[in-house]
Design a protein around this ligand. Structure first.
Ligand code: SAH
Length: 390
């Protein structure tokens, strides 16, 4: 097996628990290093640090799979995936739509596995994991026993790994519209054309946390997608819920989901640009008691952060102005490059400009089936802050 020897700085990061090795961390390489090959990683004094896969085309040269000199085979994946499943089982998640494998956080870098009832949706994000696909897929079949499996290999980050973007059924094709349950609500999820792998599983716990705040309230759900937050609010007794999304498919699915949960009388979804809609609602003198803002990531890079921050501030400022006294803003950002501290600072700036005082009710993150590694900040990306207007 080929090997790489790390400089002190790279070794230090690995010893602190991080599984990534950058080009600049490498002192020396031995043997032919092909894209996706397995490699052994050594530190100073040829101390064995672990085994992973390499991609010379990627900024992240190696991702560690293990810190032992163990074979990367079916038994390895069986152990890793079984451990990931066991962890989710112990969480007693009130849904049958679960992220079963969350890449680095489950010691399986480059692999996502979402289970929607008895349907498995797999996303392979790296060349190394792609090379291991032949070993991996049968193990997933064996452990999950899915009724059907779909490969959502259309994440744009695959291009950075020199991979193609594609979507396909593994084995026999099936209806990609699946029914899931989250708490006492039913949702239709299109695993082939929906966003991400079909549903925003990471916001589950935050959707549930909104329920006790929703009874008798006038609710606005901006960036509502298929109605996640909106329907939980409606089910929990909101007087009226308006949902806005700029995707026609999302609005159609949200409307359909309201119907299947017998909540259509209280919910209305419409297509619109949230920035314009918030401005218009303000102009029309509208007020709400509960506003949810769950925009897509406004930046995927550090460089674009200033522009993204202006966007976040604009929607938060506008939403704050639409709140009644005692009203609650549930505001999220899934941009990894926007830290929680900067997000809170932006909210403070927005409140100052809106000339309002807010009390922080909760600072939350992604649902626990997307666990965060203490030593890998990249595994934490979601911020969700609950503010009350005083
Ligand atoms: N809250 C949702 C997930 C929201 S994902 C849930 O719990 O399921 C973000 C959504 O924002 C996507 O549905 C996307 O279509 C929508 N979107 C992106 N840009 C938008 C814009 N400018 N105005 C309105 N919606 C937008």
């Amino acid at each position: 097996m080929a090997s790489v020897v790390l400089r002190r700085r790279g070794q230090l990061r690995v010893l602190r628990g991080h599984p990534w090795i950058y080009q600049a961390d490498v002192e020396q390489t031995d043997g032919a290093l092909g894209k996706g090959d397995l490699v052994d990683v050594y530190g100073t004094g040829r101390r064995f640090l672990g085994r992973g896969y390499i991609n010379p085309d990627s900024q992240i040269l190696v991702r560690l799979l293990t810190r032992d000199a163990e074979p990367i085979n079916a038994a390895f994946f069986r152990r890793r995936i079984a451990a990931a499943m066991d962890y989710r089982q112990r969480l007693a998640i009130p849904s049958n739509a679960i992220r079963m494998v969350y890449a680095e956080a489950d010691a399986l870098p480059g692999l996502l596995l979402d289970c929607y009832g008895d349907i498995g949706v797999i996303q392979i994000l790296t060349a190394g994991m792609e090379r291991l696909r032949g070993v991996l897929l049968p193990v997933i079949q064996e452990l999950i026993h899915p009724h059907g499996t779909y490969l959502r290999n259309d994440a744009p980050s695959r291009l950075l790994e020199g991979l193609t973007v594609e979507k396909e059924f593994v084995g026999t094709p099936f209806d990609p519209v699946v029914n899931i349950q989250e708490d006492d609500l039913y949702f239709q999820v299109n695993i082939a054309t929906g966003q991400k792998t079909g549903f925003f599983l990471d916001q589950r716990a935050n959707r549930l946390a909104v329920r006790p705040l929703a009874a008798d309230r006038q609710v606005l759900d901006c960036f509502c997608y298929t109605g996640g937050f909106a329907l939980h609010a409606a089910k929990a007794g909101a007087q009226r819920v308006e949902g806005i999304d700029n995707s026609a498919e999302a609005v159609a699915a949200a409307t359909e989901n309201a119907k299947r949960n017998h909540l259509s009388d209280r919910c209305a979804f419409r297509r619109g640009n949230a920035f314009d809609e918030l401005r218009q609602l303000q102009g029309a003198g509208r007020r709400f008691d509960l506003i949810i803002l769950d925009p897509p990531a406004f930046t995927k890079s550090k460089e674009a952060l200033p522009g993204a921050l202006r966007g976040y501030k604009e929607i938060n400022l506008r939403a704050m102005k639409l709140l009644n006294t005692g009203g609650i803003l549930v505001t999220s950002s899934c941009s990894y490059h926007l830290s929680e501290a900067t997000f809170l600072q932006m909210l403070e700036d927005a409140a100052t400009d809106a000339k309002i005082q807010c009390r922080i009710l909760a600072i939350r993150t992604q649902a626990p089936d997307h666990p965060v590694l203490l030593s890998v900040p990249e595994t934490k990306y979601l911020k969700c802050v609950f503010l009350e207007r005083l």
